[in-house]
Design a protein. Structure first.
Length: 380
């Protein structure tokens, strides 16, 4: 084990004793280790779906969640972990009663603790999103991302839920969304206006990415990647450190795309295609994209919540061998709006070369239909 020190955004300083999971013996793993989490599109659907005007949005963080997971079963092997407070001290050994932070299967074990409790409270798990739960009697919906919960439902039912949750788990004080009080969920900021409009943005995450790369003053750009000229300008490979930094920036962009920034989906897909072997040209194109992000940090999606059924619009498009300098495969793009607000999008290189414009468009349309059907199943 080792101690991790971290300064939180709100000024708190936290120390956490964690297990170094890469040192775990293979026989510790008794099943899957990856915990299901609520889909990004489900988060947006929870916020923007129509429904009762009195529904409230709130979020809560479960304290030291992994330590509150069910203990190891009597038929499981005994596990021990060691810790040295400082290099010259004697090594201390502890018998583990259950998972702790850093354990490879800690997330899954907490999910297997939380899911049965939610089912006992009258919730049902969404068949196509195991991180989403619905209570038919109260109308409450919960999106679960490990120990973070996004909750939507009537105020009285929400308060009763938190009271029951507090009886079973140690939790932080729930945060309710109001015009004066935004929510933070997985790095996404959720805000609302006094007129009943709801918005999502990831300005804080964008700022963190720009601070990480040390981007200074830049001119405002209207498009992140208008052509392939820059990305194909220099095929020379980057040095190892520069290549690592490039991959880190691609990861940061992909998070922004997953969260809110559909305007970066096409660009992030293009830059991601160079992750294995980043080039000088790709690095030049990345710098332009970061300059664009710097000028659009406040980008947000949103709209009013209404009563009545939800409406959906699905769009697809494709270029036909649009990156002829780099290859002949076309790029597909799709976006789905719910009540006029984008909730799901994707941009990806097609798996093979399309010999005609029609073939490229049909492939993009097929991809869009598949994603739309999955979204509809989750909404159901």
């Amino acid at each position: 084990m080792r101690m991790i020190m971290k300064a939180k955004r709100d000024g708190r300083k936290k120390g956490r004793l964690v297990l170094q999971g890469f040192m775990e013996p293979s026989w510790w793993r008794t099943g899957p280790t990856d915990s299901p989490v609520v889909a990004s599109s489900s988060i947006k659907t929870l916020v923007f779906m129509n429904g009762h005007q009195m529904d409230v949005l709130s979020s809560v963080d479960i304290e030291v969640a992994f330590l509150q997971a069910d203990e190891f079963g009597p038929d499981e092997p005994t596990r021990y972990a060691s810790y040295k407070p400082h290099p010259d001290s004697e090594e201390q050994f502890y018998r583990m009663l259950g998972p702790i932070y850093g354990s490879r299967d800690a997330g899954m074990r907490f999910y297997k603790t939380m899911k049965p409790w939610l089912l006992s409270q009258g919730f049902a798990m969404a068949e196509n999103d195991p991180g989403l739960f619905y209570n038919a009697s109260t109308g409450m919906r919960i999106g679960m991302h490990v120990d973070d919960l996004l909750v939507r439902g009537p105020m009285d039912a929400t308060e009763e839920f938190y009271a029951a949750l507090r009886d079973r788990f140690e939790i932080q004080t729930p945060t309710y969304l109001t015009p004066e009080n935004p929510l933070e969920f997985l790095g996404i900021r959720i805000t609302m206006t006094s007129e009943g409009e709801y918005y999502l943005d990831c300005e804080v995450a964008a700022t963190d990415l720009l601070d990480k790369v040390g981007l200074g003053m830049v001119r405002v750009l209207k498009c992140p990647m208008p052509t392939t000229v820059e990305i194909a300008s220099d095929p020379a490979l980057l040095e190892a450190d520069a290549a690592t930094a490039y991959r880190s920036m691609v990861g940061g962009l992909n998070y922004l795309v997953c969260a809110v920034r559909f305007d970066l989906a096409h660009t992030a897909s293009r830059l991601g295609q160079f992750s294995a072997n980043p080039t000088v040209g790709a690095q030049t194109a990345m710098k332009r994209v970061l300059a664009y992000v710097a000028g659009t940090k406040s980008f947000k999606i949103g709209g009013p919540r209404k009563s009545g059924p939800d409406s959906y619009d699905i769009y697809s498009d494709s270029d036909h061998a649009g990156d002829k300098v780099l290859g002949t495969r076309s790029q597909s793009g799709m976006i789905i709006t719910m009540n006029g607000v984008p909730v799901h999008w994707r941009s990806a290189k097609q798996p093979k070369t399309s010999v005609s414009v029609a073939a490229a468009e049909i492939h993009a349309l097929s991809d869009a239909v598949q994603h739309a059907r999955l979204l509809m199943w989750r909404c159901d």
